[in-house]
Design a protein around this ligand. Structure first.
Ligand code: HEC
Length: 697
């Protein structure tokens, strides 16, 4: 693809940068000796593609592990980067390692020792042709690291780092903001499309920002919640930019280097499921946005979900690819979301490749809420997953299961599907579910205009309750209902594997461990560092004994209402639950996920196969699609979706990468505990590891 040129670099890390123009850093580097590195998601176009062709469907079955590097237990989501002969990798406890990419030997380690835990999905690099630096983000910090020594530049930013909580809103320390997907580089700019912020209010805003790579100084900002007087402000309440949060591009940043265009996909505004205090279409939330990389000026934007009430984030960063239309090559940008809808736009004009129709959906019955009357539905390609549910979709694997599924379905509001607003005191069936569609890494594309996508067919049931009618028995339960129940469920049963249950903590975790998870957060769980100590103590007591600490006065009756901030929304989300029977079996027919190939030249599907979600796909010049599926690494023939090889990994795999050194092609994958601790209720965490394969010598 034109935007991620593979350029000639000299061999060896020390000299790696010599021939690289700085604007090209971040693309997978090809050295003079023919070595080929790996940049995050395959380069700034995020197409997960490598031209390497030594490993093919004819020989992939002979792949053998050549080295592995053991890590501490914990979950990994990311992928390593390969520059020269070095593989740079992060660990479950957020250390950065430099490993010899051929032998696995440790060269150095960098641990910024920032308390807390958030995923680090990868890192990127910058070079001006003389020196090269790794751009390493860790929680709310960005460091500039010398790839030869692992030492951070002490003169960068403010005391050796950029703190991304600065220049958001109010005091830096009052913001919760994590850069979980790496920043990207354009010329001398480090571009941060956005980050992870809280899903409930109060939540920080998440503008797109660019920093000077030499000084760490902020160069430009694009506000995804428009400030007063800026275009789009009329689609939000007047003071929204001072009170609302989210609309955040946590999925990463995509850059068309040749044209100097930054693309971001944004998520929903906070609160996720209740929008009465942000009436309006909420432009720039749930959108694909194109910005001038030099200035941050908006070039075009397209909103995929108006006034989101379903946490319908775009699930992956925008993907750049090229297609042939009417005999001409067209450079396009592709986006998908939790609805599993696929959007394709011309990169320059923002014009959709196929018509997108504003389609009517039901109104909200929640007092004060105004669901947007229509939503834009692409006419091509068709959705990756099921977007509506009828009785014909219910399981029929036994008469009893069918009867149970019919009863469960009959009890729900609205029939089931997407864009049906949640109701108060009733459950709604949302399909694809709140974790539906492609995963964060779920897209890839090759040079023939084919898009590959894994997509979850999940379905969720949930509703809202009137907070003022909930009787919290004590301070601990009150805190639980305001801050925790949206993920762990009102009844604390959670929604494993994504959200572990917290009803059975006694005996499984000590009070100190529970308090630590709450204070520091873990994985997708944000930290609750500002809870007063007495509230925290009562919360831990509630979680372990069901009541406040003895002698605690009951809480004063709260009267939350619209727009009061801080967890005070009148209607509270009852939690994520899947549409499954008590044994965890889906009430729906069909595979829980699929892997798909779509010809974006025409919009037609080429193949679809059942799949178990794992990491993201890697597509190669050797004709393979490599992907982790739970604890297995699989290789598919990319032309027809046939599984040609699989092997068992020591843990759950992330997105595989590939590189070539000394004429030998390697495949590397990070493994560890499943995300969200699939094993949370079933045993210890898996040790992490980087595992590397190659053909026999
Ligand atoms: C945005 C969703 C979210 C919110 C809000 C949230 N959690 Fe969590 N929580 C998670 C996830 C996801 C995990 C699993 C993290 C991991 O291990 O990757 C988790 C893990 C935990 C664990 C550890 C469970 C185990 O089995 O190891 C505890 C205890 C916990 N949360 C308590 C709380 C409490 C108390 C609150 C409210 C103060 C809270 N959580 C708020 C998502 C959330």
């Amino acid at each position: 693809m034109g935007n991620t040129p593979r350029i000639a670099w000299q061999a060896g890390l020390a000299a790696a940068a010599v021939l690289a123009a700085s604007s090209l850093a971040g693309a997978a580097a090809v050295t003079r000796s023919g070595d080929v590195g790996w940049a995050y998601n395959g380069g700034q176009g995020q197409d997960h593609y490598s031209p390497l062709a030594q490993i093919t469907k004819a020989n992939v079955a002979t792949l053998k592990p050549v080295w592995s590097f053991p890590l501490e237990p914990g979950a990994l989501q990311g992928q390593p980067m390969v520059l020269g002969r070095t593989l740079f990798a992060t660990t479950p406890t957020q250390r950065l390692l430099a490993l010899d990419a051929v032998t696995g030997g440790l060269k150095w380690e960098f641990d910024p020792k920032i308390p807390g835990g958030q995923p680090i999905r990868g890192l990127t690099s910058w070079s001006d042709g003389k020196s090269t630096r790794l751009i390493f983000s860790n929680q709310n910090m960005i460091f500039l690291i010398d790839p030869a020594t692992g030492k951070p530049d002490a003169g960068f930013g403010n005391g050796g780092h950029i703190d991304l909580r600065e220049n958001l809103r109010g005091k830096a320390e009052d913001n919760v903001f994590f850069l979980t997907s790496p920043a990207q580089v354009y010329r001398d700019l480090i571009i941060v499309g956005g980050g992870r912020v809280a899903e409930t209010l109060p939540a920080s805003p998440s503008p797109a920002r660019a920093y000077n790579v030499r000084t760490g100084k902020l160069v430009w900002t694009f506000h995804t919640i428009p400030h007063e007087g800026q275009p789009g402000a009329e689609t939000w309440p007047k003071d929204a930019w001072q009170t609302q949060g989210g609309a955040n591009a946590w999925q990463g940043t995509t850059i068309d280097i040749k044209r100097g265009i930054v693309f971001i996909n944004t998520g929903s505004p906070s609160e996720d499921f209740y929008g009465a205090d942000r009436i309006g279409s909420n432009r720039f939330a749930n959108s694909t946005i194109a910005l001038d990389a030099n200035t941050g000026r908006r070039l075009w934007d397209f909103q995929q979900v108006h006034h989101d009430l379903w946490d319908s984030d775009s699930t992956s960063a925008p993907l750049l690819m090229s297609v042939k239309r009417n005999g001409k090559t067209q450079d396009i940008v592709v986006a998908t979301n939790k609805h599993s809808l696929v959007y394709a736009f011309d990169r320059v004009t923002g014009k959709a490749l196929w018509p997108i129709r504003e389609t009517r959906f039901p109104a909200s019955t929640v007092p004060g809420e105004q669901a947007w009357p229509t939503q834009p539905i692409p006419t091509m390609p068709r959705p990756l997953s099921r977007t509506s549910i009828s009785p014909a979709d219910l399981t029929d694997h036994s008469p009893e299961a069918a009867a149970r599924a019919r009863r469960a379905y009959g009890a729900l509001a609205g029939g089931g599907g997407h864009f049906i607003p949640l109701s108060v005191d009733k459950e709604t069936l949302v399909a694809p579910g709140f974790a539906g569609g492609p995963s964060l890494y779920g897209l890839a594309a090759d040079r023939s205009g084919v898009l590959y996508a894994s997509s979850a067919n999940g379905s969720s049931i949930s509703g809202l309750v009137d907070y003022t009618k909930m009787r919290a028995a004590g301070i601990g339960e009150n805190a639980y209902l305001t801050s925790c129940s949206s993920c762990h469920g009102r009844d604390r049963s959670g929604n494993p594997p994504e959200f572990p249950g917290v009803a059975d903590l006694k005996g499984r975790m000590t009070e100190a461990e529970i308090a630590e998870v709450i204070r520091k957060g873990r994985g997708r769980m944000p930290p609750f560092a500002s809870l007063p100590q007495s509230t925290l103590d009562n919360l831990v007591s509630y979680l372990t004994t069901g009541a406040d600490l003895p002698g605690t006065e009951p809480p004063p009756l709260r009267k939350p209402g619209v727009g009061e901030g801080a967890g005070s929304s009148r209607y509270v989300f009852t939690g994520y639950r899947s549409f499954v029977d008590p044994t965890g079996q889906s009430y729906l027919k069909g595979p829980l996920a699929t892997l798909n190939a779509i010809d974006m030249n025409t919009g037609a599907y080429i193949w679809t196969v059942p799949f178990t979600m794992g990491g993201g796909p890697l597509v190669t010049g050797g004709g393979l699609l490599l992907i982790s599926s739970g604890p297995r690494l699989q290789a598919y023939d990319k032309t027809n979706g046939k599984l040609v090889w699989e092997t068992t990994l020591p843990g759950f795999g992330t997105t595989p990468i590939t590189y070539m050194i000394g004429g030998r092609q390697y495949v590397a994958v990070a493994t560890g505990s499943p995300r969200g601790r699939q094993a949370a209720n079933a045993g210890p965490q898996k040790p992490g590891a980087y595992v590397v394969y190659a053909l026999p010598n």
